[in-house]
Design a protein around this ligand. Structure first.
Ligand code: CMC
Length: 447
């Protein structure tokens, strides 16, 4: 228990100089800039914090999403993820994330209308799509086309104009499923499908993905609902890699399309949004339930990771994984059981009992079961991170808007600890004699 009389400061003694400093503590945090006063001499730069991967550094104050990783809690704007998944819709959750409160029915109707109004993309964008290689990864296409939107909407540069910001938010949430579906249709050579605004957000996306010659695509309501819930579960996750990319790139005051293209790029990586795709590839490699113990052994011996397991923040369980596991069984009722499910269940069972995973607090994360659902619904593997990107768009936009309005923020510009060569004089090429270690480096480059 904290002593109510105690001072909210941290007293630090620098043993190099014997000097003592009182550093204020606010919300369990010290400002790293307060370390700068700690110097060994007048010309010393001052003490820096070193934190690769931001393991223990808060980069912002945020009111959007709360996570308690030890207790497995995730809340958007205070609302538990379990309640939103059960009772809300993706568009309502998007409203909540961006505006901070749940809408009344009039506001929700207006918001839904406004998003629908922006589902079409400029006809020239199809030419961009067509320029990508026939088998281009849809996530690579999404990174490129989200960035390209900035050239269609130069007004988006007015990031301190509230109405302009709101317009880009509506455009991005509206167009993301259209771009996502187009990136898929391009990669398989199908003609693009125009948005059908009679359908729900998820239903319209399914239509743009899978509609063929029928006059009207009618999504299966259970699959439509499952996809909507999956979008809700992915809608935000506070300062993860892609949200930090959006904030960091956005801090240069570039337009939101460019900032969100950076978010998509970050999400593409196998340690982030690419993990659900990696889970399926892993399950396919394992091949059968009998091979699971051997696979677990190889992971423990350091030969790769158990994809879909572990999280930087959740060290108890990922609350999203619990909800997704339940949805998986609802979806399999309609689509038939995914043959990889048994391997996944066996992997989960063994890993949850194994000391290696228990000691390191490695539990299934959001990606462990989501890929199985997407695959059962007919999405090809390389669309999985794209689906994640659609869900994450309102979260990125909420984080971006908050960052733009935060007067404490500056352009993101970390410090470094320089470990390279000291000053040395340039030599003409004829006078250079490479040393042995340089030779080795050149050899490596040639490899
Ligand atoms: N399989 C096997 N060992 C693991 C795994 C795993 N999936 N994850 C972590 N470890 C081990 C790691 O080798 C290390 O062991 P040791 O202490 O012996 O060196 C220890 O656990 C700590 O790992 P870490 O890399 O320091 O942990 P991190 O917080 O930096 O990484 C993570 C978090 C999600 C990148 C990592 O757990 C991982 O690579 N998981 C697999 C990829 C994955 O499923 N990613 C999706 C994350 S959830 C969706 C999202 O938000 O993007």
């Amino acid at each position: 228990m904290a002593d109510p009389e105690a001072k909210n400061t941290l007293t630090v003694t620098d043993n190099r100089t014997g000097k003592t400093y009182d550093i204020p503590v606010e919300s369990g945090t010290i400002r790293t800039m307060d370390l700068r006063q700690i110097k060994v001499s007048e010309d010393d730069f001052g003490l820096l914090g070193y934190d690769p991967g931001y393991l223990n550094t808060a980069s912002c104050k945020s009111r959007v999403t709360y996570i308690d990783g030890d207790k497995g809690i995730l809340r958007y704007r205070g609302y538990p993820i379990e309640q939103l998944a059960e009772q809300s819709t993706f568009l309502e959750t998007a409203y909540l994330l961006i505006k901070g409160e749940l809408p009344d029915s009039e506001r929700l109707a207006a918001w839904t209308h406004n998003i629908r109004h922006h589902t079409m993309v400029h006809a020239n964008l199809t030419k961009f799509m067509d320029g990508f290689r026939y088998d281009g990864h849809p996530m690579g296409i999404l990174v490129g086309t989200v960035g390209a939107l900035s050239t269609f909407y130069p007004d988006a540069k007015n990031i301190f104009d509230e109405e302009m910001r709101k317009l880009q938010v509506r455009r991005l949430i509206g167009k993301m499923p259209t771009l996502a579906a187009m990136s898929f249709r391009h990669s398989v050579g199908f003609p693009y499908v125009l948005p059908d605004n009679d359908l729900s957000y998820a239903g319209n996306f399914l239509s743009m993905m899978f509609k063929m010659t029928e006059l009207k695509y009618r999504p299966d309501p259970i699959l439509e609902k499952a996809l909507d819930v999956l979008f809700i579960l992915h809608a935000d996750h506070e300062q993860n890699c892609s949200a930090s990319a959006v904030r960091s790139v956005g801090s240069s005051r570039v337009d939101p399309y460019s900032a969100l293209a950076a978010g998509c790029a970050a999400l593409y990586g196998p340690l982030h949004g690419g993990a659900n795709e990696a889970v399926i590839r892993m399950l396919e490699r394992i091949g059968s339930v009998q091979n699971v113990p051997g696979f677990i052994k190889s992971v423990k011996e350091g030969e790769g990771r158990l994809m879909g397991f572990g999280h930087r923040v959740y060290k108890n369980y990922d609350p999203r994984a619990k909800i997704i596991k339940k949805i998986a069984f609802d979806v399999f009722e309609i689509t038939g059981r995914n043959s990889l499910l048994d391997i996944a269940l066996e992997l989960e069972k063994i890993a949850l009992e194994d000391d290696y995973f228990v000691d390191r607090k490695l539990y299934p994360n959001v990606d462990f079961y989501s890929g199985l659902i997407y695959q059962a619904m007919g999405f090809p593997l390389d669309m999985f991170p794209v689906l994640f990107a659609i869900g994450r768009t309102p979260g990125w936009l909420a984080q971006w808007t908050e960052h733009m309005l935060d007067e404490e923020q500056k352009i993101a510009r970390p410090r470094q600890i320089y470990t390279g060569a000291g000053k040395r004089d340039y030599q003409p090429i004829s006078e250079r004699t490479p040393n042995a270690s340089d030779e080795r480096k050149i050899g490596m480059c040639r490899l």
